[in-house]
Design a protein around this ligand. Structure first.
Ligand code: ATP
Length: 349
C-alpha cells in the first residue's frame, strides 16, 4: 500500500522521522506493507514557480492515504500577508474535498488535565470540523481595498452542511457516547448573529431528524469555549464550521495535555489525509524536543482507516504505555528527546 508522505516544515521532518521508523517496525511485525513515498514539498517550494500546487494535487490524487506533517513558515508570506504554507494545507484539504476533519479530544492515560476533577474516563469526545467551506474558503479570495478595508466571506452550503452533519451523527452512532453513555451531537454556531450560521443550524436540524436515537444540542461558539472547560464529560461529537472548529480544537487540545498530542484525520468519501492538529512550531524546530505523539496517533488513525486494525491498536497502546509510565517529552513535563521517546515506542510494538 503506497502512502504519500509529506514531512513539511519546522518540526515536521523531526516527527515524521519518528513515524517512518515506527512504520518500518509495524511493516515487519504486522505485515502492513506500507510503502511511504516521500515528497519534501514545503512552504517555500512554490515561490520560484518550478513546482506548482496543481502538480502536488495531481500527485496526491493517486493515493488513498496521505501522511502529512505540519507545513508552514511564518517568514514566507503571500503578497496579501497570508502564509504560503497555508496555500498547500488548504489547497490539499479543499481540492481533494477532504470535507470532514476529525479531531479527537481525549485525555490519555498518564496525562493530567489542566481541568480539575477530570480523569481519562471523563474527557473523550471528537470535534468534527467542516473542512471544505466556511470562512476559510475565503483564503483563496478575499479583498483588500485601497488599504482601507479588507473583506473575507463565509460560505455555508446545503450540500456542505448536510454531509458534515451526517458525518457527525454517523460518528456518534459508532461511538460509546459521552462519559454517561449518551450519544449526543453538539452543533456549534453563531446563529443568533449571522444568517449563514442560522442556515447551518437549520440544515443540521433537518439531518438530525434521521437519527432518532442520537440526541442533539446547540451551543453558540462563544458559550462553547466555556462549556468545553466546564463540561467536557458531557460532550460526545461536536460539529462546527471550519474556522470555529479550528479554534475550538486548539482549546480542546489544551484541556488534554496540549497540541503535542492532538491527532487528526481529514476525510473525503474516498481518501484520508492524516496530520497533527498543531503547526510547524518554529520556536522548537531543530532542538530535537518536539513531541511526536500527535503525528504518531495520526498514523494510528491512518492504519485504522487502511484496515490495519491490529497495528493501529498496538501503536496506540504503545503511546499509552509510554505516557502512563512517565516517558514523556518536555511539553508534557518529561525529559525525553523526540528520538528517545520514539525508541521507547519501538520497544513496545
Ligand atoms: P498553525 O497556525 O500552523 O496551526 P500555530 O502558530 O498555531 O501554527 P503551532 O506551530 O501549532 O502554532 O505551535 C503552538 C505552540 O505549541 C508552540 O509554542 C509550539 O512550540 C507548541 N507545539 C506545537 N506542536 C508541538 C509539539 N509537537 N511538541 C511540542 N510543542 C508543540
Amino acid at each position: 500500500m503506497k502512502v504519500l508522505v509529506l514531512p513539511g516544515d519546522g518540526i515536521g521532518p523531526e516527527i515524521m522521522g519518528s513515524t517512518l521508523r515506527i512504520i518500518n517496525k509495524l511493516n515487519e511485525n504486522y505485515n502492513c506493507n506500507i510503502e511511504p513515498e516521500i515528497n519534501n514539498v514545503n512552504a517555500g517550494m512554490f515561490s520560484d514557480g518550478k513546482y506548482t500546487i496543481d502538480e502536488l494535487i495531481d500527485e496526491a490524487k493517486k493515493y488513498m492515504a496521505i501522511l502529512k506533517a505540519p507545513m508552514g513558515n511564518p517568514e514566507i508570506r503571500n503578497a496579501g500577508g497570508t502564509e504560503s504554507g497555508l496555500d498547500i494545507i488548504l489547497g490539499l484539504r479543499f481540492r481533494l474535498d477532504l470535507y470532514a476533519d476529525v479531531r479527537p479530544v481525549k485525555l490519555l492515560p498518564g496525562v493530567t488535565s489542566v481541568l480539575k476533577g477530570f480523569d481519562d474516563k471523563k474527557i473523550d469526545y471528537t470535534i468534527v470540523r467542516e473542512n471544505s467551506e466556511g470562512l476559510y474558503s475565503s483564503h483563496f479570495g478575499g479583498l483588500t481595498l485601497r488599504d482601507d478595508v479588507s473583506i473575507d466571506t463565509q460560505v455555508i452550503t446545503r450540500k456542505g452542511t448536510e454531509r458534515i452533519s451526517k458525518f457527525a451523527f454517523e460518528l456518534s452512532k459508532k461511538s460509546n457516547g459521552n462519559a454517561y453513555g449518551d450519544r449526543i451531537v453538539t452543533c456549534v454556531d453563531k446563529s443568533n448573529v449571522l444568517k449563514s450560521f442560522s442556515f447551518f443550524r437549520k440544515v443540521f436540524t433537518e439531518v438530525s431528524k434521521n437519527y432518532g436515537n442520537i440526541k442533539s444540542q446547540y451551543i453558540y461558539g462563544d458559550a462553547m469555549t466555556q462549556y468545553m472547560l466546564l463540561n467536557p464529560d458531557k460532550l460526545n461529537v461536536v460539529v462546527s464550521e471550519n474556522m470555529f472548529a479550528d479554534l475550538l480544537s486548539d482549546l480542546g487540545a489544551a484541556t488534554v495535555g496540549g497540541l503535542g498530542i492532538a491527532p487528526s484525520a481529514n476525510m473525503s468519501d474516498k481518501m484520508g489525509m492524516f496530520e497533527p492538529v498543531h503547526g510547524s512550531a518554529p520556536d522548537i524546530a531543530g532542538k530535537g524536543i518536539a513531541n511526536p505523539v500527535a503525528m504518531i496517533l495520526s498514523t494510528s488513525m491512518m492504519l485504522d482507516f487502511l484496515n490495519f486494525k491490529e497495528a493501529s491498536r498496538s501503536l496506540e497502546n504503545a503511546v499509552y504505555k509510554n505516557l502512563s509510565s512517565g516517558l514523556k517529552t518536555p511539553d508534557l513535563g518529561g525529559k525525553l528527546t523526540t528520538e528517545k521517546f520514539t525508541d521507547e515506542i519501538l520497544k513496545k510494538l
